[in-house]
Design a protein. Sequence first.
Length: 209
Amino acid sequence: MQEPASAAELFDALGKEYETAFAGAEGQRRSVEWMIGQVPDGGRVLDVGSGTGRPVAAALAAAGLRVTGMDVSPVMVELAARQVPEARFVRADIRAEVPEPGRYEGACAYFSLLQMSREEQRAVVARIAGSLVPGGVCALGTVPLDLDGVVGTWMGHTVRLTSFPPDGFVRLAEDAGLDVVEVNEEVFTPATELARVEPQLYVHCRRPA
């Protein structure tokens, strides 16, 4: 088996293929709608792992929110900037980049933690929490499986995946100082033969005021 691809290598290679396969996740659509309903008009939102900009940043920007997307893949940043010109996108690695504290009314990270170690995920969620204004909201999405550095094939590429079971992921948010206000689970079938049916977990949180 090949060496696992880094997140940048993986998503540089996938490009629009990822959007085509995963943009139809109904749970993610509902999660984004929840965030739109919670963030004040014109509020600032940080999208960590913004990918191609669709559907998340596009929906947030269409609702009048000021979106900053962050992604480690230069290909994804280029695609997102072209597809969602109303938002701002930067190439950055959230593991090394500390967002400005207390800047955003909302933040989200949908499935962008899965190639990080558990310690990195804990640190990143704490950084996301710290980027919120008091009372700001956060939406996190993951595949809720008990995986710790498991190497396998996904979307035709060798990857190393790490995640938490549902209660562990909820505790991750709570340990970052966030109040968990809603937890939703669903099963999603990607629109591709290169990925299997997967459970998805969406955790909605608020930074205490």
